[in-house]
Design a protein around this ligand. Structure first.
Ligand SMILES: *Cc1c(COP(=O)(O)O)cnc(C)c1O
Length: 419
């Protein structure tokens, strides 16, 4: 099947409306083209639902790549943001503010760690953890100056900075952006023996997603994370878990590492930490590691600002009850079963953990992009990745019947011929 004819008539039977057209045109003429969005222009949202400029409603099954784990406009998060907005929004870290300390204390407690280093975006937190790991390597492990290496996994996604794309294995993310930052070594994901071979006396850290999100919700074999933990402890290497997308309830536990009872040395958090309201990321870890960063070594004008801290603190409070994790686990079971039932009906593989699924559709049938365009026409927002994979990550507040409706629509998209 060809996908070449889907560039303009992307919404199937939906009539184009003038409001949408204006914004699609502005996207062409005024916005740099670093994304290729689906042709829908959103203007409001509540819970798991969003509305476009033409008044049509959609079930949001991407949830801002997991930045919206608690849905759009969660009342407690909005209240915290509004209250703080009126009081104090930015101090810089040149002074203390009365929101940062309580947020850090409670986030550290949620993670079973000691210290929190707040930043804004996920990529910044990853950059931060790389600096922490290198400095720890030189000061604590005793690696000779400028010789530290960090081991990463094939298929990783850790963000978009020049250093981070230096160790990406995705040519689209990387090519044209050299020269690249040295000091990284790539091993196959999910292969503990390969990791063991790659570690040497200069290795300071292993940086991994416990489940690879952008790669298509790739879940490592059982025992892998525990094996990584054991290896890192034995070899005096930091185990850094990038839980920016997998963490904070998405997979049915607070962290995806929890599924194997594994605690890394450092968590990298982002996305849902900002409640879908503000950019907020953090490195969370044990005192003896994070204390290698001293005043002047690292910082951010906006990192730890009181508005973000107030929202992040409320996110921690929502997670502390365990209710969202439990909901993701219970509804995730249901979602997984329903997606499994599509195997052989246009679906080649399903990978699912909690409310997070990667579905490989038969490329003979249609591209992932086309499947998402057809879902859009039926009132569902989802995003393709790597050609023929659909990624689903609905807000954790989604209802069971909404999930069922979504999987029914997906089944029809894959089996009913296009009109
Ligand atoms: C999204 C993501 C990042 C980057 O976060 P940004 O806020 O977009 O910079 C890093 N790691 C993982 C696993 C992610 O999913």
């Amino acid at each position: 099947m060809t996908t070449a004819d889907t560039t303009t008539d992307t919404t199937g039977d939906r009539p184009a409306d003038p409001g949408t057209e204006l914004h699609l045109q502005l996207a062409e003429t005024a916005t740099a083209r670093n994304y290729h969005p689906l042709p829908v222009v959103l203007t409001s949202g509540r819970g798991a639902w969003v509305t476009d400029v033409g008044g049509r409603r959609y079930l949001d099954c991407l949830a801002g790549y997991s930045a919206l784990n608690f849905g759009h406009g969660h009342p407690q998060l909005l209240a915290a943001a509004r209250e703080q907005l009126e009081r104090l929004t930015l101090t810089s870290r040149a002074f203390h503010n009365d929101r940062l300390g309580p947020f850090c204390r409670d986030l550290a407690e949620l993670a079973g760690m000691d210290l929190v280093l707040p930043m804004n975006t996920g990529a910044e937190a990853v950059e931060t953890v790389l600096k922490v790991a290198r400095k720890w390597g030189y000061e604590v492990k005793g690696v000779p100056a400028d010789r530290a290496t960090v081991i990463v996994a094939d298929g990783n996604f850790h963000g978009r900075t020049t250093t981070i794309v230096s160790f990406s294995s995705d040519p689209v993310a990387r090519e044209g952006f050299g020269p690249f930052t040295p000091g990284f070594r790539t091993v196959p994901y999910g292969d503990a023996a390969a990791l063991a071979d790659a570690i040497d006396e200069h290795t300071v850290a292993v940086l991994l997603e416990p489940i690879q999100g952008e790669a298509g919700v790739v879940i490592p074999p059982p025992g892998y994370l525990a094996a990584v933990r054991a290896l890192c402890s034995r070899e005096d290497v930091l185990f850094v878990a990038d839980e920016i997308q997998s963490g904070l309830g998405r997979t049915g536990t607070t962290f995806a590492c929890d599924a194997e009872g594994v605690t890394p040395d450092l968590y990298v958090l982002g996305k849902a930490l900002g409640g879908g309201i503000v950019p907020l990321s953090a490195v969370v870890g044990r005192r003896e590691i994070l204390e290698v960063i001293r005043p002047g070594n690292h910082g951010s004008t906006f990192g730890g600002n009181p508005l973000a801290a107030a929202v992040g603190h409320t996110v921690v409070e929502l997670l502390r009850t365990g209710a969202y994790q439990e909901r993701a686990a219970r509804l995730g079971e249901r979602l997984g079963k329903r997606l499994e039932a599509l195997m052989g009906h246009g679906v080649l593989a399903v990978r699912s953990r909690g409310l997070w699924s990667g579905i490989d559709i038969d490329p003979e049938l249609m591209s992932g992009r086309e499947a998402c365009e057809r879902l859009l026409a039926r009132g569902i927002l989802a995003k393709d990745t790597h050609g023929s994979t659909i990624r689903l990550a609905p807000p954790l507040v989604i209802e069971a019947d909404e999930l069922d409706w979504m999987t029914e629509q997906l089944a029809e998209v894959l089996t009913v011929p296009r009109a």
